[in-house]
Write a protein that binds this ligand. Sequence first.
Ligand code: ADP
Length: 415
Amino acid sequence: MFKSLRLKLTLTNTVVTGLIFLILLSGVYFFMKQSLTRQSENMMRSIALNDRFRYTPFIERASHLDTNYFFVMVDSVGNIVNISTNLTNSYEEIYILVDETMKIDEDFGNIRIEGINFRFLKSYSNFRKDLLKIVYFNTQPEEQMLKNLLTIIISIGIFTVIVTFISSFFTANKALIPIKKSWQRQKDFVADASHELRTPLAVVQTNLELVMSNKEDTIESQLCWLDNIKAENARMTNLVNDLLFIARSDSNEAQIEMSNFPLDIVCKETIMSFRLLCENKNIEIFEDIKPDVNFYGNEARIKQLITILADNAIKYTPPGGYIKISLRQLDTSVQIVVSDTGIGIPQEHQSKIFERFYRVDSSRSSESGGSGLGLSIAKIIVNEHNGHINVTSAPNRGSQFSVTLPLKRKPFRER
Ligand code: ADP
């Protein structure tokens, strides 16, 4: 897939660059051609006007002229009565040339004699109205010049196309790196998500088969299988919700709504919702919440963030330990810190735990219902609020997750 994309990108680039060059260079060529023609035409006109033939000596001195320009004067019966001196052609050639020119009705044009192209301009002498002056220009040097220019232009064009093709081939590869990465990430994400869903689905399937193989038994006697199904179902629901959250944030689908809300109250409410769980697990929960902290953000998401961190702290802290949640207000930011005295995270894992589906000990984590998505969701929420999250932890001593969020207040609006 990427090979054909790379080729397409390269070809598009080459064709576009080639076309631009073609337009530019053909512009240069036609401009040059036109200006040369105009230049020779002007010269011919000035030679025609410079009428010094009061008398009619057979040969007029014209050493001042470029040898490509010459003129002849023809009388009313078609005899040549004057020829400029700067001729490089033989008189025979001139007679043929004049003969052929006289056959043409136009006053200005081109004529080809014995393989040589001439431009001509006919005009009547100011002093002798019966004398026709024909100025010629040998266009061969001009043609040669244009031919050389065309060769240069074609060479530059071919060179540019080749260079563009080669450079585009390599730059296309570079341009594809982020696309490849995101494609790979998406593929991994789908693979991981399917893998995560496979286990609860298998558990549901086996438990359902067990229930159905004992059709005569009562629901009560089969409650343990049904409980398993319920638990796995709840786990799948959580997982699907998490996956949906990540997928939506990846696609930047919805702009999250921000408002001012009391962060201290949200912290306290979240802590309250965990008290029973802590009690059941014999874990003490402490709080150090600064009162009256107003924060501008998305209340539901901030609550979800604190819930993820508190839930992890409880999940990875053995009975007898404690967790602490604190809220501080700094000059331009607020800081939420969730610390525990749990199993801790080895140094080498600390930078990876915010990655999707990353778990330090997958068997332990999935035992406690973890899918490895909690902290990646926490990071997304922190990013949405332009904050940052970091962890300090030591194995068997505990962990501390610290979230710093900038205090961005909504401008005060008078009602
Ligand atoms: P999970 O759903 O598996 O907990 P998370 O993304 O929330 O996924 O966490 C990723 C991993 O980080 C966990 O599997 C766990 O190994 C580790 N972890 C997170 N929080 C803590 C904590 N408070 N103490 C120890 N390990 C933690």
